[in-house]
Design a protein around this ligand. Sequence first.
Ligand SMILES: Cc1cc2nc3c(=O)[nH]c(=O)nc-3n(C[C@H](O)[C@H](O)[C@H](O)COP(=O)(O)OP(=O)(O)OC[C@H]3O[C@@H](n4cnc5c(N)ncnc54)[C@H](O)[C@@H]3O)c2cc1C
Length: 257
Amino acid sequence: MLRISQVKTRDTDRRSIEHALMKKLGLKNGDLKHWTIYRRSVDARHHDVTFSWIIDAQLRNEARYLTKKDVRPTPEKPAPFRPKGVIALKTPPVVAGFGPAGMFAALDLAEHGYRPIVLERGQKIEQRRQDVDHFWKTGELDPESNVQFGEGGAGAFSDGKLTTRSRDPLVDELLETLHAHGATPDILVDAYPHIGTDAFEAIIQSIRRRILELGGEIRFGARLEEVKIEDDRLTAINVNGRWEPCQALILALGHSA
Ligand SMILES: Cc1cc2nc3c(=O)[nH]c(=O)nc-3n(C[C@H](O)[C@H](O)[C@H](O)COP(=O)(O)OP(=O)(O)OC[C@H]3O[C@@H](n4cnc5c(N)ncnc54)[C@H](O)[C@@H]3O)c2cc1C
C-alpha cells in the first residue's frame, strides 16, 4: 500500500480524485487496484478553492511508483500501548476526572473488561449545561460544575475543533471512536477535524452509556481529595471526605484542578 500526498482537485467526487491520482502517478490502466482517502484539506487562500488529498492506494507494481514525488509506503498502524496487569485487582480500577483523557481511559478499560469506577467532581453534561447557563445569566459560579469542571472536561463548551496531537498516528483510533459514538465521518479524513460543541454533548452521552453498559460505574459530584500510599503501593483514595480501598488509579484531572 502506498500513501500519496498532494493529490489536487477542484471537485470532491471520487471520479475527479481518481483521475488526479492516476495523472499524478502516471498510472497505467489496471495498475490501480483500490484506494481510500486518508486526509482531506481545503486551500481557500486563492480565488479558486482547491482540495488537496492524501490517498492510500493499492497498486500493481508498487515499487515502480515509490520513486515518484509525494509517494511513500503507507505506515503500519501502531499498536496501541496496552500493558496487561500482572496482579489480580481486588478493587476495580478508578479513573479520576471525566474529561477527554478520563473518558477514553475509562472507555478503554471498560472495553477490555475492567469495569472501571469513574469519579467526576462536576455534574453530567445535561446538568452542567444548566449550571453554565446560570453562571452566564447571574454571575453565580458553582465551583464544582462549570465551564472547566464536569462531564466532558474543560473544552466541552468551546468550539469543538480537535487540534491536540492531530499528527500522532494513534489519533486515528481516537477519531474512529468519536465517529462510532456519533461524530461526523468527516473527522476521519479532515486535516483539521471539527466536531462542533452541539454534537459533542451527544457523543459524551453515548460514551457514558457504553461504559455503563459494560459494567462501569460513573459517579458525578465525586471529588478525589487524597490518596494513601503504603509500602510504595496505592491502597486507598479519599472521595468527598470518605476513604475507600483502591489499588489502581488513573489521574485524568486536567490542569484546571
Ligand atoms: C475554554 C477552553 C476551550 C478549549 N477549546 C478547545 C478546542 O476547541 N479544541 C481542543 O482540541 N481543545 C480545546 N481546549 C483544550 C481541551 O479542553 C483540553 O486539552 C482537554 O479538555 C484536556 O483534557 P483532560 O481530560 O486532560 O482534562 P480536562 O478536560 O480538564 O478534564 C479533567 C476533568 O477532571 C475533573 N476533575 C478535576 N479534579 C478532580 C478531582 N479532584 N476529582 C474528580 N474529578 C476531578 C474535572 O471536573 C474535569 O471534568 C479548550 C480548553 C479550554 C479551557
